[in-house]
Design a protein around this ligand. Sequence first.
Ligand code: WT7
Length: 650
Amino acid sequence: MSETLANLLQENRRFEPPAALAEAANVKADAYTEADADRLEFWATQARRLDWTKPWDRILDWDNPPFAKWFVGGELNVAYNCLDRHVAAGNGDKVAIHWEGEPGDTRTLTYADLHKLTCQAANALTDLGVRAGDRVAIYLPMIPEAAVAMLACARIGATHSVVFGGFSVDALAGRIQDASAKVVITADGGYRRGKPSALKPTVDEAVAQSPTIEHVLVVRRTGEDVAWSDKDHWWHETVETAGEQHEAQPFDAEHPLFILYTSGTTAKPKGILHTTGGYLTQASYTQHAVFDLKPETDVYWCTADIGWVTGHSYIVYGPLSNGATQVMYEGTPDTPHKGRFWDIVDKYGVTILYTAPTLIRTMMKWGDEFPAAANLSSLRVLGSVGEPINPEAWMWYRKNIGHDNTPVVDTWWQTETGAIMISPLPGVTATKPGSAMRPLPGISADVVDDEGNSVPNGGGGFLVLREPWPSMLRTIWGDDQRFVDTYWSRFQGMYFAGDGAKKDDDGDLWLLGRVDDVMLVSGHNISTTEVESALVSHPSVAEAAVVGATDPTTGQAIVAFTIPRGSVDSEGDAGEALIKELRDHVAKTLGPIAKPRQIMLVPELPKTRSGKIMRRLLRDVAERRSLGDVTTLQDSTVMDLISDGMKSAK
Ligand code: WT7
C-alpha cells in the first residue's frame, strides 16, 4: 500500500457506561494500569482465576519466536475448570444451558447434568480407543452434545476439530484427513428453516474417503433414517450407558486443545492450533471482563455456531469456565418468524447478548416491529463480532435492542487470536459507534504503515499485534513454515492480522476490513467498510457491500451493492431516484472521491456461512467475469439474482 488508508468518516457520538453498571463492573480502569505496569504478571493473575493442579515455572517462554509457550510447566484440565469445580463449589444445580431447539422443544442442563454427560462421553471415547493427543472431528448441530463432545475431548486430552455442520463432504473430509482424526462425532441431523437437515450422509461419504477414522459416534436428534456401518455407534447406546465416574487428568499448559480450520477463500484451509492453559486463561478472562458476566444473575446468549471460534470461546470455554447460565439455540433467526431471537431473549430473560453485524443488519432490514414486539428490558450488555460494525447498525442495535442505554461492545479478534483482543470494557469505556476502541488490558495492538512504523493518531494502515498473548495460535497444524510466512513475515517481530485499521485523533481503533478489500481510486486508498458505512447511514439502506472494479480512468471504481430497507420502494423510477440520492449521499458524507460509479439495488448479498460478505464474488460481477469458487456461499441462488440485476442495469 503506497499511502495510508483513507481517514474519511467522522463520528462524534459518544456513549458513557451507565453509572450503575460502571459502579458494579467486574473490571475497572485500573486493569489497564495494572497490565501496563507488568503485562506478564497481569496475565499470571488472570491465569489464577483457573484451577491448576501444578503451578507454572515461567509465565511466558518467547525464546524462539514466533513459537510461544505460556505458563510453562503448569498443568490443568480444561473440563475440570468448566464443570467439576463448579459442582464441587455447590453449584451443581445451577443451570448451565437453557437449550432451545428450532421446532420449540427445550432442554435444561445443570452443571451437574453437563458434568455427568461429559464424564460418560469421556469414558465412551476412551472405550473406543481415543487417547490423549489423538484428534477427534466433531460435526454436530447446535445441540448440547456439541459442548459435551468438546469437553469430553478436553477431559481426556484428545484434540478436537469442530467442523461447521453446513460444510460439504469435501470440506469435512479435507479437515479429517489434514488432522488424521480417529473418530467423528456427529448426529443424524439438526433442524434448520423448519425442516430436518441431515448430517450423517455427509459424514458417511467423508469417512469413506478417510481411512484414519475408526469410529463414528452418532447422536439421534431428528430421528430420520440413516445408513449404518460397523464403524457407527449410537450416542444413546454408547455414551448414555457409559460409567458416570471419570477423573479428569491434568495436562500440560501447552497440550493441544483444539484445531479449528479457517475458511481461507482460495488457499487450502489453515488448521489453527490452540493449546490449553493460555487459551483458557484468556477466553475465561475476556468473558468476565468484556461482557461483565455475573454468573449469579446473568443469562448470557451468544448466537454463534459452535463450528466457529466464537462458539468455541464464547459458548463453551468462556461461559462455562466462569460458571455462567446461558442460552443455546439450534436454528435460524426467522423460523418460524422474524421475531424468534427476541422471543428467546424475552422468554429466558437474556441479560447479555453476543451476535454479529450481519445478523444486526438483517434485523434492520426486516424492520423495527419485530424487536418492538418482545420485552427486551432484561438486556444490559450487547456484543458484536465478525466484521466491522457500521455506525448506523451499531446505533440501531443499541436503540432497538438495547433500549438506548445498554453498552455495545464491538469486539475484534480472529480464529488465530483465540479470544477477544480489542474491545471496549462495558463499565469503563465511553464508546463510539463503529469503533472497537482499545486493546484489552495485557494486549498490545498497533496500526503501522507499509514499513512497520507506528502511525500517529489520525493515521491509517495495517493492524498488528506487538507482543505475544496467552490465547494466540501456536502454529498451523502440521505446517510451521506457513505459520511463520502467513503471520510473522510481513513485519519484523510483529503479528500481521491482515486487517486494515485507523487510529482516530484520540488514538481509538477503527477496523477497516481485510486489506485485500481496500480500493485504490485515482490514487487514493479507500476502505470498503467506510463506503459501506456511509451507505448504511442513509435511512433507506439496510445493508451494503462495496467493491473496487477495474476502471480505465480511475484505476479502480467503486461499485456498491445495496439492500434497501423492507419498507422502501425501489422499483422502476423510485429505484433510479434512490440510486442517485445514495450516490450523492456518499459524496456528501465521505467526499466526492468516494462517490460510487455505480450502485445496484439487490435483494441479498453473497455471504459465507459465518456471515462475512464475499466481496470477491461481487468483484467478479462488477467486472463482468464469470464467478470464481462459490462453494463457501451460504445461499448459492443469491449470485443469480445479483448477476441478473447487473445485466439489466446496463
Ligand atoms: C476476521 C477474523 C473472531 C470471531 C469471528 C471471526 C473480522 C472480526 C471484527 C470486528 C472488524 C472484525 C476481521 C478479522 N472481524 N471481528 N469487531 N471488527 N472486523 O473470526 O473467521 O477468524 O475472522 O473477522 O477481518 O480478521 P474469523
